[in-house]
Design a protein around this ligand. Structure first.
Ligand SMILES: NC(=O)c1ccc[n+]([C@@H]2O[C@H](COP(=O)([O-])OP(=O)(O)OC[C@H]3O[C@@H](n4cnc5c(N)ncnc54)[C@H](O)[C@@H]3O)[C@@H](O)[C@H]2O)c1
Length: 247
């Protein structure tokens, strides 16, 4: 498979979970990738075999200036940017009601889940506009579509991400750039492992298929969304919820 031969991607949150498997799939299918994550050590541990295809960058994606520098470094090394996949994300405190939410924690969640996705999109779009081609995928969540009780900060930040994909999809619709979001239900990753058991049960019980999604299912769907084949869908939030969201 060489779907992504001659294509250059930027993936945030590439050191773990969804970002990690999506990055491996795109590498395998020929992409050259800027791998961005706060956890530089994990990036170095997880990516060993393809130095000529990888630019590993330890960066806090909530720092707009450092994001712009990281994106410029990828474009300089590989010559262009075709794909952006925003996977970096956190849940913040969960299993609490809105009156118990700590404002600083909510702001931190928004900074990573929403603001950072805005910064990366803002940084890559000029490169994509140069070539009249681009695929942006913001990884949102079913929580953003449905609103998970106990997860105000996370759900609201992911709803904001879905709103951004709708806006950006329309803004760049005539340019060859598509912007979409993905709304997974529960997929076992370190992010889910770190959540209170009661909150994970609440989310998993709502999945009609009565199972979690797999990392492979997430990687396959993400790869399709950012492929050249996916050319007539933009501003859309793809579902990956085992039947929870039928809209
Ligand atoms: N796992 C699920 O069930 C699930 C469901 C719906 C949506 N999502 C979304 O998918 C995305 C990936 O989640 P995951 O489950 O793979 O999580 P994960 O915790 O396994 O990976 C997240 C990665 O983001 C990185 N990161 C966090 N903050 C960062 C920052 N400030 N700067 C740079 N990197 C940072 C972490 O170091 C980590 O490597 C997230 O946006 C998450 O909200 C996950």
């Amino acid at each position: 498979m060489n779907t992504f031969e001659n294509q250059v991607a930027v993936i945030t949150g590439a050191a773990s979970g969804l970002g990690l498997v999506i990055a491996h799939k795109l590498l395998y299918e020929g992409a050259r990738i800027g791998l961005l994550d706060l956890n530089e050590q994990a990036l170095n541990d997880e990516f060993v075999g393809n130095p000529e295809q990888e630019e590993r960058i330890g960066v806090d994606v909530t720092d707009e200036q450092r994001v712009a520098q990281a994106v410029a470094r990828v474009a300089e090394r590989f010559g262009k940017i075709d794909i952006l996949i925003n996977c970096a994300g956190i849940t913040g405190a969960t299993n609490i009601k809105s009156h118990e939410v700590d404002t600083a924690n909510l702001q931190k969640v928004f900074n990573i889940n929403f603001m950072a996705s805005f910064y990366t999109a803002k940084a890559v779009l000029p490169y994509m506009l140069q070539n009249n081609y681009g695929r942006i995928l913001h990884v949102a969540s079913i929580a953003g579509k449905e609103g998970n009780a106990g997860m105000l900060a996370y759900s609201a930040s992911k709803a904001a991400v879905i709103g951004m994909a709708k806006v950006q999809g329309k803004e760049y619709a005539e340019t060859g750039i598509t912007v979409n979001a993905l709304a997974p239900a529960v997929i076992q990753t370190p992010l889910v492992d770190a959540m209170p058991e009661a909150q994970v049960k609440y989310m998993t019980d709502k999945i009609p298929m009565k199972r979690c999604g797999t990392l492979e299912e997430a990687a396959n769907m993400a790869a399709f969304i950012v492929s050249p084949e996916n050319s007539f869908v933009t501003g859309f939030t793809f579902d990956l919820s085992g039947g929870r969201a039928t809209y």
